[in-house]
Design a protein around this ligand. Structure first.
Ligand code: 4SX
Ligand code: FE2
Length: 354
């Protein structure tokens, strides 16, 4: 349950970095650096700090050696130094585990407020951060599959309605969601920056991390990544896509890293910065909601996700979802979906559905 809501949430600019625990640092380095082309800002035998080509803060992804794959932190940039106090007070009022850490607790990052949030996710907030060269103009470093920005996180949680309420209270703007006629929300997308999302919630046993997404400039960059993985005999890293999302309208590809962590390559969603930006609600039975071309979503995409760690580095226990599963509702033995609304009598016409 989400407790009583405090006022005055911190002003979050954007999703900024994810810290991943990986069991084989050399294998992870090969995947993220040699194959995908993320840039190394700093590395030791225990830890590698990576960033996308247009990034100027120290890192977007930390790979840390550990015994079991997990996610240790979801990092968010705050708009001003005073927002740290606001974040601390906000989460203390929610009754969460909150730790204020001094500069240097994380390499390249200043003072931090770390919390285990009401959904059980290790969120952390910072303002001060080391600046590094933005390599946007260094085209000699941009391969055909260049990853240019961190786009978003995606989190698995058992109750997307309650989880979405928490994120909206925290100041996130809902941009899209997937629902049914009974009022169940299967997934929802939330933004601080002016794109479709900084994070999204996917229903399922949680808390778990579903994926982290990086942008390419164009669709052909994603096709190149597919061709490259094939040429390297690494096509088994491709889990879903390439394709066009219904939700977000972005072009996409999902990969699994050597530890099974999921990464999405994503490009060309739309501007959401207008205060009147309309929320798009999709019927869970609309067969084009997750893939605009109607391609099936593989079951592993619905079921697999990475465990998350608490502030002491211990796995956060998971709860099952009490809601119906999207994969059963839409495609299971008793489920159905449609391509054209009206092809079924029970199809739900959601408010802003396309
Ligand atoms: O599968 S969906 O089309 O709903 C989708 C999934 C849309 C945008 C995303 O970033 C995503 O991960
Ligand atoms: Fe995504």
């Amino acid at each position: 349950m989400v407790p009583t809501v405090p006022g005055n949430p911190p002003d979050i600019v954007r999703c900024a970095y994810l810290e991943l625990v990986v069991t084989d640092l050399a294998a992870a380095r090969e995947f993220y650096v040699d194959i995908l082309g993320l840039v190394v800002t700093e590395e030791t035998s225990e830890c590698i700090h990576l960033r996308a080509l247009e990034e100027f803060i120290h890192h977007n992804l930390v790979l840390r050696r550990g015994s079991r794959p997990a996610v240790a932190a979801f990092g968010f940039r705050l708009r001003a130094p005073g927002e740290l106090d606001r974040a601390e007070a906000y989460y203390r009022a929610l009754g969460c585990d909150v730790r204020r850490e001094s500069a240097g607790f994380r390499t390249g990052v200043g003072e931090l407020v770390r919390v285990l949030d009401p959904l059980g996710f290790p969120y952390e907030f910072f303002y001060d951060v080391a600046h590094v060269p933005r390599l946007a103009w260094n085209y000699e470093m941009h391969g055909a599959g260049a990853l240019v920005r961190l786009d978003h996180f995606n989190q698995v949680c058992p109750d997307v309605s309650a989880g979405g309420q928490y994120l909206e209270n925290l100041g996130f703007k809902r941009t899209e969601d997937i629902r049914d006629e009974a009022g169940v929300t299967y997934a929802a997308w939330f933004a601080r920056k002016d794109t479709v999302h900084d994070t999204a919630l996917t229903a399922g046993a949680g808390p778990r991390m579903h994926h982290i997404a990086f942008n390419t400039h164009e669709r052909h960059n994603i096709l190149y990544i597919c061709d490259k993985l094939g040429a390297l005999r690494r096509s088994d890293a491709i889990e879903r896509g390439p394709g066009r999302h219904g939700v977000s309208n972005a072009f996409y590809l999902y990969l699994r890293d050597p530890d099974g962590h999921r990464i999405e390559i994503y490009t060309q969603d739309y501007y959401t910065g207008d205060p009147d930006n309309p929320v798009v609600t999709w019927d869970v039975r609309d067969n084009q909601r997750r893939d605009w071309w109607g391609h099936a979503v593989v079951p592993s995409w619905y079921t697999d996700a990475s465990p998350v760690l608490d502030l002491d580095g211990k796995p956060v226990p998971m709860s099952e979802s009490a809601e119906p599963r999207e994969m059963d509702v839409a495609v299971g033995a008793d489920g159905f979906s449609y391509t054209r609304h009206g092809d079924t009598t029970t199809g739900f016409k959601a408010g802003n559905q396309l």
